[in-house]
Write a protein that binds this ligand. Structure first.
Ligand SMILES: [Zn+2]
Length: 457
């Protein structure tokens, strides 16, 4: 990892004070623990699988250093641990019996459970990452299913994070692939922030931007090597994921790391896509498909001359608040429906605001188009990179029906106020025609181009 970059990022992070990434890092776990927590008692939290691959070693290293520990808390290894609130409650109940500092040894789900449980017990914790599977290690908030819906529950990021590249390289291939896809999603996430910035919806924060974007191409540039288990490729991936999490801490929002591709993922997650598989369909795999989908939409939009947009025509077709609410309700079912209505109405533009927005689009499009072209990569290219890393690249690969996939282009923007290219396309009145082009014969998602691409792959 690049020590300087991580240290610079840590200076702006609100919760995380220490990050250590390297080979043979597990051997230093006691030092990392003591630096953050002095001589406090530790409690390892793992599941049977992660305890076997790293937890046992962590326990020994802490023991050898004379640190006190209470008995580890170990979740069952089968079925795959699921991020549901019941697991948080079980852990909280156990943590309340002592005052030891949790040492989470695991990947995304385990980390999220420990993150939230530690918060409920008002304790900081140490995270020992066992797979480069997502960018949540250094992010605040935990993605947990509660009352029947996946939600991001409040909680700070870990005080310290340790990742041993040898452990990461030996984690299941699908987990590395998931992390790769989550990181690749920053290409379109960045583009969406450029759009929001140009239209004065949400300005670019230079620090938050550069933590994620400055080295993105290098971090995602070696998917084949990553799949082959190359340590340097893994080092780049985990650095990118860690930096992405830190950027969210620094900017106090997920804007730095999440755009339309994440809205696609969240929508599918809300609908329970792949929830009951074992292991459940990963966050990253959904984000990866979302990234290709959003990049393909960008290609349709970048071909257009929005600088000659017919504003009056768009305005004539603009829905009223009531009409919009009806459309949103028709597109969603509970539990997402109410949230979608609330979020959609929150970003609804009145006629005057719409005019202002569209004039801005018209004036700024030539410059924005250039910046976007520079930021983006081709949908084909992203698809190839995902395939090389071992990720699914389209709806078939994640068990999504094609009509639901197509409808996602219209539904996704309704579930969050976050401004993305989906809003730009919607507000300029071209979303429908762009999506039609994508699925028409010869379009990016047409059946013949899918067949061609899988024949090539
Ligand atoms: Zn993500």
């Amino acid at each position: 990892m690049n020590e300087e970059r991580i240290q610079a990022a840590l200076r702006d992070a609100s919760d995380t004070q220490d990050v250590k990434i390297s080979a043979r890092m597990l051997a230093s776990v006691a030092d990392v623990f003591e630096e953050s927590f002095a001589d406090r008692t530790a409690v390892i939290v793992a599941d049977e699988n992660t305890f076997a691959v790293a937890g046992e070693q962590v326990r020994r290293h802490l023991e050898d250093s004379g640190l006190e520990q209470v008995e580890p808390y170990i979740f069952p290894g089968q079925p795959t641990l699921y991020a549901e609130y019941g697991n948080v409650e079980k852990l909280v109940e156990s943590l309340r019996r002592h005052d030891a500092i949790p040492v989470a040894v695991g990947s995304g789900t385990l980390n999220d459970i420990v993150k939230r449980a530690s918060y409920e017990c008002e304790r900081p914790y140490l995270c020992v990452a066992t797979a480069a599977s997502m960018d949540g290690y250094t992010a605040f908030g935990a993605s947990i299913e509660k009352d029947g819906a996946k939600q991001t529950l409040t909680c700070p990021a870990p005080r310290a994070v340790l990742a041993d590249v040898d452990v990461l390289v030996n984690s299941p291939e699908r987990m590395t692939a998931s992390g790769y896809a989550d990181l690749l999603g920053k290409v379109t996430a960045g583009a969406d922030w450029l759009v929001a910035d140009a239209l004065e919806v949400e300005g670019i924060d230079e620090k938050g931007w550069s933590l994620v974007q400055d080295h993105l191409r290098a971090w995602i540039g070696t998917p084949t090597e990553l799949r082959e288990g190359d340590g340097e490729a893994m080092d780049r991936l985990i650095e990118g994921l860690i930096m992405s999490g830190l950027s969210m801490q620094a900017y106090e929002s997920s804007r730095t790391a999440s755009g339309g591709e994440h809205l696609f993922s969240h929508l599918w997650e809300g609908g329970g896509l792949g929830r009951d598989e074992d292991p459940p369909l990963s966050h990253g795999f959904k984000v990866g498909v979302g990234s290709v989908a959003i990049a393909a939409l960008y290609e349709r939009i970048l071909e257009r001359d929005l600088d000659s947009l017919d504003i009056d025509e768009v305005r004539r077709n603009w829905p009223s608040r009531e009409e919009l609410e009806k459309t949103v309700r028709a597109a969603h079912t509970p539990p997402l429906e109410e949230a979608a209505v609330e979020q959609s109405l929150a970003k609804y533009l009145e006629a005057g605001e719409l005019m202002e927005r569209l004039e801005m689009v018209r004036d700024r499009w030539p410059e924005l188009r250039e910046r976007l072209a520079e930021q983006l990569m081709g949908a084909d290219e992203l698809r190839d990179m995902l395939r090389e890393a071992g990720c699914p690249t389209g709806p078939d690969g994640i068990g999504l029906r094609w009509d639901d996939f197509r409808a996602t282009y219209f539904r996704a923007r309704m579930i969050r106020t976050r401004y993305t290219v989906l809003d730009l396309a919607y507000e300029t009145g071209i979303l429908q025609e762009c999506v039609e082009e994508l699925f028409a014969p010869g379009g990016f998602w047409s059946s013949d181009s899918e067949a061609r691409s899988s024949a090539a792959g």
